[in-house]
Write a protein that binds this ligand. Structure first.
Ligand code: SP5
Ligand code: ZN
Length: 341
């Protein structure tokens, strides 16, 4: 399967992640790229560098002030003389004002962050630009040829909301690609999110719209990041009512039960006459993923790819999560090869 990847994705190399109360080396590290690329090349897939699409497609789904913040945060943080990476330590929590963006970079950080798991550092903005370019290159290819494509996006995107970053995500690559497809003439696009974590950002961006159907299978937010979104009763609002589908599943969910939820998601995608399928492909549903709790074995990813192909839609796969386990490359390629069988 034709793969899109930007070398700029390597430019983010954060040193710190606040995890379980300690600053650790981030799970979402640039080494993930080579773990996947090695298996992509072994499978004989062509790897293409995407063109630079600029900020136009980013502004189509993200707030302009948020985008400027991402671009200027690191220089401002450094100019303020801080030692560590940019991590928020205060938010516009319920008891305070949420309608004001403070002048200080520390205040802006809390305003534009949804968590403290994701440090901002040198190269983050450039890597996010490369990541969304890969997504756009892949979806443009699928739109032109009807052929499936894969974007090795890094950093991932599905936690990024219209004006918030977090969960290792800055630009919402799936939302950017879906909007690009709509702007190119598609009437309705499905985003199917199979990452272990709920795609809160994609949900937020399209929640009141019916031109994007968002369906997500994920760890139950009662006990799993991102905790504050991803429940089954979130079904869309206004014109978007019925176009948001969440399948929260308990930790340890069997592959069979997971595949049953997938059947329901795919049935909705068929019923709503979607013209393109974008798959937010997180392989952190793997049994040995270090921060997740589903039970996929490597062979199960082949069956996932086969089932997705049966939907019969032009399809673009975008890399989301999957962490530092030797198997993320095999697992990604298994989905893509299962799809092409
Ligand atoms: C794209 C993506 O997969 N982002 C995930 C971000 C999750 N960040 C917070 C991780 C918290 C994990 N806590 C589980 C501890 C297991 N010991
Ligand atoms: Zn994830």
């Amino acid at each position: 399967m034709l793969t899109f990847f930007s070398e700029d994705s390597r430019l983010r190399r954060a040193r710190t992640e606040l995890h379980d109360g300690a600053l650790v080396s981030p799970f979402e590290c640039p080494e993930r790229i080579d773990l996947v690329l090695r298996h992509i090349r072994q499978a004989g897939f062509e790897v293409r560098t995407p063109e630079a699409y600029g900020l136009g497609p980013v502004h189509a789904v993200h707030d302009a002030d948020y985008v400027s913040f991402l671009e200027t945060c690191w220089p401002s943080w450094q100019a303020a003389g801080h030692e560590g990476e940019a991590i928020p330590n205060i938010w516009p929590a319920r008891s305070m004002r949420s309608d004001h963006v403070p002048r200080s970079v520390s205040g802006k950080l809390g305003y534009y962050a949804l968590g403290a798991d994701t440090s901002l550092c040198e190269g983050t903005f450039s890597a996010a630009m490369g990541s969304k370019d890969a997504a756009l290159g892949a979806v443009a290819h699928t739109l032109h040829t009807q052929a499936p494509s894969f974007a090795l996006c890094r950093p991932p995107g599905h936690h990024a909301a219209s004006d918030q970053f977090g969960g290792y995500c800055f630009f919402n690559n799936a939302a950017i690609a879906a909007q690009y497809a709509l702007d190119a003439g598609k009437r309705r696009v499905a985003v199917l999110d199979v990452d272990f974590h709920h795609g809160n950002g994609t949900q937020e961006i399209f929640y009141t719209r019916n031109d994007v159907l968002f369906a997500s299978l994920h760890g139950d937010p009662e006990v799993t990041f991102p905790y504050y979104l991803g429940y089954a009763d979130e079904t869309g609002a206004g014109e978007g009512q019925g176009y948001n589908l969440n399948f929260p599943l308990p930790p340890g969910t069997s592959v069979a039960a997971w595949m049953q939820a997938l059947e329901q998601a795919l049935a909705a995608i068929q019923a709503q006459e979607c013209e393109l399928l974008i798959v937010s492909l997180g392989v952190d549903i793997f049994e040995d993923d270090p921060i997740s709790a589903f039970t996929f074995k490597s062979a199960d990813f082949i069956a996932l790819g086969e089932r997705l192909a049966q939907a019969g839609l032009p399809t673009t796969f975008l890399m989301e999560g999957g962490y530092a386990v030797e198997e993320i490359g095999v697992n990604v390629v298994n989905v893509l090869q299962g799809f092409e069988r």
